[in-house]
Every structure is written in C-alpha cells, then in structure tokens.
Design a protein around this ligand. Sequence first.
Ligand code: ZN
Length: 488
Amino acid sequence: MKKAIMALILFVPLLAPAAEAVPFEKYFVDRTMRIDVFHTGNAQEELFTIDRVIQEGPWAGNPRRLIVPFELGRYLLRVSDVASGTLIYTKGFDSYFGEYKTTEPGVNGVKKTFSESLLIPFPKNKVRMEVLLRDRENRPLPLFSSEIDPSDMFIVRETPVRGVRVIEQVKNGPPATKVDLVILGEGYTEADWNKFREDLARFSGYLLDAEPYRTYRDRFNITGLLKPSAESGCDEPSYGSFRNTALGASFDSFGSERYMLSDDNRAWRDVAGRVPYDAVMIMVNTARYGGGGIYNLYCTFSSDNQWQQYLCLHEFGHSFTGLADEYYTSAVAYNEFYPAGIEPLEPNITALLDPKNLKWKELMTKKTAVPTLWEKAAYEAMEKAYQKKRGEMNEKIAALKRAGAPQAEIDALQAQSEEMSRRNGLEVNAFFKKSRFQGKVGAFEGAGYAAKGLYRPMLDCIMFSRGLRPYCKICEAAVASTIRYYSE
Ligand SMILES: [Zn+2]
C-alpha cells in the first residue's frame, strides 16, 4: 500500500500537465534541436555529457501533443522553460546503453560509452533539459540536467551531410499532422541504387498493408534516404567479417548472433536529419536473418531474408510503439530484463500482480480464465528441440566462416539453416491452429524472455512468434494510439 502511494505522488507531477496543451508557438520555432550526448556507465552508475547541439530542419512531431501521453521507455526526457518553469516537452525513450546495462559486462561493472541524440522542438528561449531514469519500480528519478540557450553561438548550423539521395515514397501531408517515417538504406553501394528503390517500395508496402497501419495509411509520410556504402552488407563479427558501410550496422550485438544494431549514432542521425522524422527504420542489405528495435530510437531488419516482412513489422513494433517481446524460448543477451514482481510498462505483457485489473481487461474475451492455461509444456518441448538445432547450426556456420571455408559450402549450410527455420515456422503455425485458445484474449504465461511470472494477451502475435501473422489485439490497439499521438 505504501508503495502505491509513493508511486502516485511521484507520477502525478509528470502526468498533470497533459491535461493542458502547451502552446507550440509560444515556446518553439518550427525547427528541430538535436542534442548529441555521450552516455557512459554500467549497471551500477551512468552519466550523460553534452557533445554538441545542432539545428536541423522543420519539427516532425505533433505540435498539439508536446507532453507525451504514454508511460513508456526506461528514460524520460523533460524540457522546461527556464523563465517560467513551465514543462513544455516530454518524451520517453530507450537506448543502446539502456540495453547494454542489462548484459553481462554491464552487470559486472564494465563501463562503456555510447553516442546518443535527443531531439526536441527548437526553443525560443532558454530551456532546462532533464533526463530521468526509471528505477526498478519504474519510478522516473533525476539523472541529468542542463540548461540550453538557443542563442548560443556554438549551436551547429552547418549544411547537412552531402551525398544523400532522397526518395519521397509516400507523401500525405505536412509533418505536423503525419507520422514521418524514414527508411535508411544500409550496406547498399552506388551500384545497388535500383535494389534500394525496390526494397524501399517493398517494405513501405509491407508496413502499410498490415493492420493497424493499413487503417491509418493516409497518416504516414515515408521517405527513403540512401548514403551509398563503399561495400555491400554489414559487419558480422562472429564470422570475422567486416564491411565498410555508411551507417555502421552489425550483427552479434551484445553477443547475440541475430541481433543487428548500429552504434554509429552520428552517422545515421546525419543521414536521417535530411528530412523531418518521427520514426526510423534501418534497412540492411543482407540475406542473413537479423534485426533489432529500440523504443523511440530505430529498428533494423534484413532486406532479403525469408522472414523479412516479419522482421520489419516485429522490430518496428518495438521502436515505434514500445511493445515488449512476447517470446520467451529464444536465447537473449539480457539478464533479468524485467525484474520479478514488478509490473512492466509495456502494454502487451503483464506480471499479473492484480489479475482482476488486467491492463487489457477492456479487450478480454468473455469467460476466459486468468491465467489462461494453454498447451505450454508441449509448445516448450517443440521449441526447445528447434532452438538446440538452431544453436548448433549457427556454431557450424560461424566456424566455417572463420576458417575461410569455400563459399559454396557455407551457402549450402545457410540454405539448410533457412529451411530448418521455415519448417519450424510451419510447425508453430500448425500447433497454434489446433489450440482451443486461438483468437482469445486472456493471460498466457510465458512472455518477455521469461517462462514464468510474465503473461501475454493472446496465444500468438507477431511479437511472439515468427511468420506472417498479425499483431495481437492489444498490440494492434497500442500501435493505433501511437499513430494517433503523432497525427491528431
Ligand atoms: Zn501482441
């Protein structure tokens, strides 16, 4: 009880201003202020320092929604007008560093530095920027604070990076009333230009043909941006293979072979900043299975894998809406990603601490028991067998690559691996088709990398298993409210 009251007291000042809209013209001009920072530390301590401040083009965000209505992200950015003390902008976000903290080196005290950028509408007057970090109980506590003077002569106003090619793929209106999505090409050379155009059209189509994006398709602007790379593909450290590419994408992030991220923040920000953007996709020119998505940062996906469509929609679910992974049988690099006994912030998983007050109770299927006792043991046995085979196969491929084996031999093994993955997909589909819980909303144990103690809303969802499947009803509703936040 005491805990609940504490949480209430701490949350009220953050949520209160949402009732009153902040007048954009009073505090901001229609430009973007990009604040580049260094974020350093480990699981025990962390600190921010400002690198530089840059003025970029028009503000992409919604000028009518300057205070974010969602309680999401490990970090919370707050901007106040110094003269009046008024809170004028907030946004929740996650970061590469935020994930690093939960990995083994981070937990063991190894410090690392990441470059990050915080984007705010360009203020007219002096502002105080604060970054808050949520503690174990998800309470946002002060971490960093600095005053920023928009008339500072050191604010960088130089011409944007040269040599970036821009394709207006979908244009529905001004940035202030639309979701402005940029799709950045990574690992495409000058000679891959036509491939980039085709891939851009294909992935724009995947997104806008899937619900709920389809319903809101006229609320999207999509721009393709390509800074050609010197070489095709991206880095694959466990294969001993490195490529000189424009945006620095790499497999094996945090040691997880299929996790593909870019830690070259400046490189991709400089390219994205050519146009106003609310959301970023990094489309990586590779056939190897991989991707990643970090809330309000970016998502990545492979352009030519059999699961490409799934990868794009699943990873975008993380980066755009802050959806949690609902799966729990694949290995991940994190340690206790969701602390036991704490309700996660994400809309699509729950610790079920108060079963009568499920966060998705409005969408529950009538007469469904909570928790919902599904065919869990049989599913786990099937997945365990596949994960073991997949692990062995990955080891084999990596060993051959490192040993410099003939390409034909590697290709044959990779084809075998993809075929194994395809069959597993069919097996999973057949399994769910048979279940009597198909299509029902309840609380299914097994979610957020945990077999016990965390629950997902439906048997299956694109955030749970691989393949051409929709978002579950809860994820779909969360994506729809994110679209509305940017556009109305
Ligand atoms: Zn879902």
